[in-house]
Structure formats: C-alpha cells, structure tokens
Design a binder for this molecule. Structure first.
Ligand SMILES: [Zn+2]
Length: 451
C-alpha cells in the first residue's frame, strides 16, 4: 500500500464499517439540527411524515425527501442557513449551472436567483482539510508553486483551492480568472509555476496561446494540472496533457455542497475519492429517483454530515456519474465516483433522441483537422427540430485544395455524428478562432426552438 500521498491517513484509510458508524452518528446530529433550525426541512420532513426516531441506520435515509436546486434558489438569500448570521464568517454564491449567469443583480431584477451559501468557522476549517486532502492526493507538496486561475469572487472555486494549497504548504499564486491568458503565461514562466489549477477550457486557451506566442514548454516548470468547474471529455483531457506536458487531475465540488474538495482523483487517476467522512452519497435514477444498481450511472445525491452553516439533505446535484466500490490500490477506503459525464438538465433532446454535448465533443475530437471549439444550435423548421453544429477548423489545414479538404472534413464529421448518435446534424466549419474569441466564450448549446 502506498501511503505517500495521504494528508490525513487515519481518516482517509478508515475501515468501511467504522466509516459507516461515523457517518450514521453525524447524519443523526445533522438531521436533528436541520429539523430544529431550518423551516424548509421541518416542513419537508413533516410533509413526508418522516419520524427522525425511525432513522436507525444509514439505509433508512431513503425515507428522507430530496432537496433540489430549485428549493435552494427559493430560499434566497438566507432561508437555508442552519445557524444565525452572526455565526457565518463567509458567504459565497453559485455561478448557477442552470440559472445561467445568475447573480444577486439578476435576482434584484426578478431574474434567476443564485444559491447563497454560508460557512461557519468550523465549515471553513473542514473545507480547508478537504481541499488539502485533494491536493495531497494529486501529488501537490510544499515544494510546488501553485497558480490558481479560477474565480476569486462571489464564487467559491478559487478560495477553496487557495486555502487547501496554503494548508499543504505550497507557494500559492492567486492569479484568478481576472488575469488574462497572456499574463497567466508570463506569471507561469517567470514564477516557475509547477501546478496549474483552472477550468479545462481555460487551460486549453492557455495551451493554444502558448503555441501562438511560440513559448516553448521547456521554458515552463509545469508538471501537474488540477481541473474543476466544467465537465470535460477524455479527449480534451488527453489534449491538455499532451499540449501542456502535464499530468491532469479531475476534481469535484459544487459550491452549494462545499466548493472544491468534495472529491478528487488520487495519483492513480481512476475515479475521484469522495470525502465520505463529510458527505454521504447515493446515485439515483433521475426519472424514478430509485437507487440504481451498484456501479450504474445516475444522478449523484449528496447529504452533508459535517456542515453547520448550510447543511444539505439528499441534495440532487443534477450531475450524472457512477460509484466504484472497489478498493483503490492507493489505500484510501473512500468510494470513488467516475468523472461527471453530464447533467440531468443538459441532456439535449432532438426529435426524441437524447444526447449530451460532451458526446459531440468526443466525436469531433476524433476528426483530425477540427479544433476543440464548437457550438450546438437547435432550431425548428416546419415544426421539425433541426440541429446545427458549428465548429472551428484547426489552424493547420495544409492542402492544395483547401475548399475540397474542408468539405470532406465537414461530411466526415456529420457522418460520424449520425453513426454514433443517430442524429442528422448540419455541420458548419468556421475559421480558426471565431468561436473562441467570442467574449466570455461561446454558449455550448443555443436552443432557438419555440416553447
Ligand atoms: Zn486512490
């Protein structure tokens, strides 16, 4: 057993039967607290005739009602807090994966509301611990220079990794997302950054800009990338590893659940260990809400058992994944979840056929000559759904007859999509850079269909 990369060995290798006992005790105390202190949970438990005294083991959790993102949005701003505001020492909001770009400003205008999350001193301490475990599992040490290119704002992402990386003892550069790509690269080169923490798409922008600026990788000290905040395909992962010459680590942590630190891959990079001493996870069928068979794909449901400020009971994350109960050779006993492969709310339905945008990304990545930037446009013609896929060609199409080469590429991409997904899509190839340069990045899916 390799215990080199354990931040808290006793906790991370706890035997599973002991873990279940710890989980159950913490669950009971959480349930009692939310029932007493949060009107929403009191009403939900009473409405479902939940008798907390009947919850005598973990399997009885199934009697508890689910909590949804809409429930949290309706509680804006503070109704889900389980402690008085004077005990809250930090407030973050979600960026709103469904309520697109939701902000307090939108809420003031009656638009979609963000979810407001409060943290007590203990919550911040546990968060730091979770993030430190994740960074240690990834191989980050006090010898690393960690550049964090994530939001440091209302959103929790940057702060979560920042606190964890300081706890591990690394030298932390809070580059934030506000620093443009060109400056990120200068910082990365001059400060000898060894670990980049960003979204996969921002890392891709950095990689592409390195090529354009002809900065050779030899002048960088980069060895590792930790990624969060977006779903990414295996193909994009391989591309980032090749283009930046790094190992890549996938991490998971929605702000409403905690922020970065809920789960992360160990150095073996075969699934993300969930910090189960702080979270109880289930996977359910998103339609029937019944538990899926062990190892099957479904929606991740999380119950927090350590959080004081903003506890969640059976929270439907909307993220599609599956759990792997096999023991991991790294020695951690915590379950692993597969990288999130989609969301219950981004399943695109076209003429009755459902697919995830990540599947399109995977197919396009197999076509050489196409860049990773694409957009899906849904529309209707004569009452029939149409799907258009706009994708940038790569910079390096070298052909005597470029027009013909592009047409061949276009037809090939459409044919592959038809073959794999059984969808007739119109593929439109764009000049390199045209989607990437849209301010803030282009929206992945644009649905123009009426209704
Ligand atoms: Zn492991």
């Amino acid at each position: 057993m390799d215990q080199v990369n354990l931040y808290n060995p006793k906790c991370e290798t706890i035997p599973r039967d002991e873990l279940r006992q710890v989980q159950f005790e913490r669950l009971q105390s959480t349930l009692n607290r939310v029932y007493r202190n949060v009107a929403f949970y009191k009403a939900a438990f009473d409405g479902h005739r939940v008798n907390l005294e009947r919850i005598t083991d973990l399997s009885a959790m199934r009697e508890l009602p689910f909590t949804t993102k809409e429930d949290l949005q309706r509680s804006y701003p503070y109704d889900m807090f389980a402690v008085p505001l004077r005990d809250i020492v930090r407030i973050h909001t979600t960026s709103g994966t469904t309520g697109k770009g939701a902000s307090p400003h939108d809420a003031a205008l009656g638009g979609p509301k963000p979810i407001v999350v409060g943290y007590t001193q203990n919550d911040l301490r546990n968060w730091r611990e979770c993030a430190a475990r994740l960074l240690t599992a990834a191989g980050v040490t006090q010898h690393d220079v960690v550049q964090i290119a994530l939001h440091y704002s209302l959103f929790a992402e940057g702060f979560g990794f920042h606190q964890g990386a300081e706890r591990v003892g690394a030298s932390v550069i809070p580059a934030s997302l506000a620093t443009g790509v060109a400056k990120q690269i200068v910082v990365m080169r001059d400060f000898k950054t060894t670990v980049l923490i960003s979204t996969p798409s921002h890392a891709l922008n950095i990689a592409v800009s390195l090529d354009e600026a002809q900065v050779s990788l030899e002048r960088l000290s980069l060895r590792l990338g930790l990624f969060s905040g977006e779903r990414w395909s295996d193909t994009l992962r391989r591309q980032l590893e090749e283009r930046l010459r790094i190992d890549s680590i996938d991490t998971y942590g929605p702000t409403e659940v905690l922020g970065p630190g809920v789960a992360g891959e160990c150095h073996l990079r075969h699934g993300l260990h969930i910090n189960e001493d702080q979270f109880i996870v289930e996977v359910v069928d998103p339609k029937t809400l019944a538990p899926v068979a062990e190892g099957h794909e479904g929606e991740l449901v999380v119950t927090t058992i350590m959080k004081e400020g903003f506890p969640l009971i059976r929270y439907r994350t909307g993220d599609i994944t599956r759990l792997n109960p096999e023991p991991c050779p790294c020695g951690r006993t915590f379950l692993r979840m597969a990288p999130v492969c989609g969301r219950t709310d981004d399943l695109v339905l076209v003429r009755g056929v459902g697919f995830f945008p990540a599947q399109i990304e995977g197919i396009l990545a197999e076509c050489s000559g196409i860049s990773p930037y694409f957009q899906i446009i849904l529309d209707q013609e004569g009452g029939v759904d149409t799907i258009q896929i706009r994708v940038e060609i790569a910079d390096d199409i070298q052909s005597l007859d470029k027009v013909k080469a592009i047409e061949t590429l276009r037809l090939e991409a459409a044919k592959r999509i038809q073959a794999v997904l059984d969808i007739e899509a119109k593929v439109i190839l764009l000049e390199p850079g045209s989607l990437r340069r849209l301010a803030g990045g282009a929206e992945r899916v644009v649905d123009r269909r009426p209704g």
